[in-house]
Design a protein around this ligand. Structure first.
Ligand code: HEM
Ligand code: 2DC
Length: 489
């Protein structure tokens, strides 16, 4: 896409297979695109994912639903998963997983040598985190022996993403008829994902029915069932998607964040100071933390949040965002009819000198600059200062999601779904508007808490000067293992 933008300028149209797309990367153009996403925004469907559900007669969760059906499910889930009130009660669970992870790092890190298989350690951390939050269950993934079914689940997700790629533009029916090994691998991967997830969901639900009094920490599945807005089938489908969506995404982003911080020891030290100071808000003896102290810990660590934002600028999980336009729109002088599939290239935007100054430099501070009245990173994008920094970082609140919850409740298409106000369209790693990432708040808190815990306990260094590139395996991932040394402090 970068090459096409170089050749054709900031907007081009392209046909791949049967798919016709209009592609942009400038923030102002993204703003126009999202203005016409409608009230039930639709993404490009990942065809093999849809084909699997069809073939196995499995229901769609929030990820694959569309239209009014999607809206109703999403509204029901928003309350418990992404509303500002939903997160604090879950923070102690996330923090307890961080504690276990830090203990594990202490036991497996060796001075002067790279941590073996950091990627897998973080997959286990992420799965343990999402399961604790979803089911209130301890999976025991951070001990020395990992349950075999969880190991299979983790591998299945990576395999499912990887095998999706060659099938993106081939009609899945064709592949199925030919019964090529690729399609079989893809089916097996999804089968493993569903079997494992359904096993847990059934277990948690039946323990509930049996009035099992075992005291469990607050968890999403319980809250969603209690809310009573979704039937069992819908709950199971969406819970499966949350469980599968919560592993590679956060773990790979944390890997990149650590990689970047390891390359910038001074910045890392600055973060450590901020984190140490914020940690003091936890009372002595309250190492687990209460919902309030943990919320405050995250609130008092703006540099950590900006680090996550900066990490997603250079290392987005999703290479593009896509929407089928619900209304006609004019972008860069071109009239684009409703129904067109339009894409924002997150990769291009994050690294383009027309959008960000010194785009290759990892600099979390750039997200602050505007507040201090220095050169604005937005000026190049032609976005006014007032529009620019009413977003989360300055206010120290994690606000974008609040607007989502409000805007999705409205039934009128209205300009921008009410969410464009205060958004500068520069931090789009989790998408935008009512269809943005449902796991966003969980992901932000989970990654924030882990970074805080790691920085307090370890100095992180790069093991050698190997260059790491990025590879498209449906999500963007590092091309080679990330080798880091964890030095206890
Ligand atoms: C959707 C990114 C973590 C579950 C998305 C989308 C993006 C994204 C770009 C598409 C949004 C759009 O079209 O506007 C990320 C990133 C993550 C992350 C960067 C972490 C660094 C998670 C986690 C979960 C999750 C932890 C589950 C707990 C979902 C679901 C959707 C989604 C269910 C579909 C929502 C819908 O269609 O209504 N994510 N994600 N994601 N994500 Fe995430
Ligand atoms: C992949 O051209 C490239 O968050 C395609 O947690 C366009 C496309 C469409 C949808 C995107 C996908 C890309 C990347 C992975 C995303 C997905 C929507 C949700 C999914 C961004 C950019 C992801 C990783 C979800 C996955 C949940 C699943 C495992 C149950």
């Amino acid at each position: 896409m970068g090459h096409q933008f170089d050749t054709f300028g900031p907007i081009y149209r392209e046909r791949i297979g049967a798919q016709d797309t209009v592609n942009v990367y400038l923030p102002g153009d993204s703003a126009r695109l999202f203005m016409v996403e409608g009230i039930t925004p639709e993404r490009m469907v990942v065809r093999p994912w849809l084909a699997y559900r069809h073939y196995r007669q499995r229901s769609h969760g929030v990820l694959l639903k569309s239209g009014e059906d999607w809206r109703q499910t999403r509204l029901a889930l928003n309350h418990d998963v992404i509303s500002p009130k939903a997160l604090p009660p879950l923070l102690p669970s996330l923090q307890s997983v961080c504690n276990e992870f830090v203990s594990r790092l202490h036991s497996i890190s060796r001075p002067e040598s790279a941590l073996p298989d950091l990627s897998n350690e973080l997959f286990k951390f992420a799965l343990e985190s999402i399961c604790r939050v979803l089911y209130g269950e301890r999976m025991g993934l951070l001990g020395n022996t990992v349950p075999a079914d969880s190991e299979i689940f983790i591998q299945a997700i990576t395999e499912m993403f990887r095998t999706s790629v060659p099938m993106l533009f081939i009609p899945p029916d064709l592949l199925r008829l030919l019964s090529v090994p690729l399609w079989k691998k893809h089916m097996n991967a999804w089968d493993d994902i569903f079997l494992h997830a359904e096993k847990h969901i059934k277990k948690v639900l039946s323990a509930r029915n049996a009035k099992d009094c075992e005291a469990k920490p607050p968890h999403l599945l319980e809250n969603i069932v209690m809310r009573g807005r979704l039937n069992l089938e819908d709950i199971t489908a969406s819970a499966t998607e949350l469980m599968a969506g919560g592993v590679d995404t956060t773990s790979i982003t944390i890997q990149w964040a650590l990689w970047e911080l390891a390359g910038k020891p001074e910045l890392q030290e600055l973060l450590r100071q901020e984190v140490q100071k914020a940690w003091e808000t936890l009372h002595a003896g309250d190492a687990q933390g209460s919902p309030e102290t943990l919320s405050k810990l995250l609130k008092d660590s703006p540099l950590v949040r900006m680090t996550i934002k900066e990490t997603l600028r250079l290392h987005p999980v999703a290479v593009t965002l896509q929407r089928y336009l619900a209304h006609d729109v004019t972008i860069q002088g071109y009239n684009i009819p409703s129904g067109t599939l339009a894409q924002v290239s997150l990769w291009t935007m994050g690294r383009h000198p027309d959008v960000f100054e010194d785009p290759d430099v990892f600099s979390p501070m750039r997200w602050l600059r505007d507040i201090h009245g220095e050169a604005s990173p937005f000026s190049k994008a032609g976005i006014h200062k007032d529009e620019a920094e009413t977003t989360d970082e300055g206010a120290v609140n994690w606000r974008d999601g609040d607007e989502t919850v409000k805007s999705i409740g409205s039934t009128s298409p209205g300009p921008c779904n009410g969410a464009a106000a205060g958004n500068n369209f520069l931090a789009l790693g989790f998408g935008f508007g009512p269809r943005q990432c449902l796991g966003r708040r969980i992901a932000e808190s989970e990654m924030g808490l882990l970074l805080i815990n790691i920085l307090r306990n370890f100095r992180v260094r790069r093991f050698d000067d190997t260059q790491v590139d990025t590879h498209f395996e449906l999500i963007l991932i590092p091309t080679c293992p990330i080798q880091l040394v964890f030095e206890p402090i």
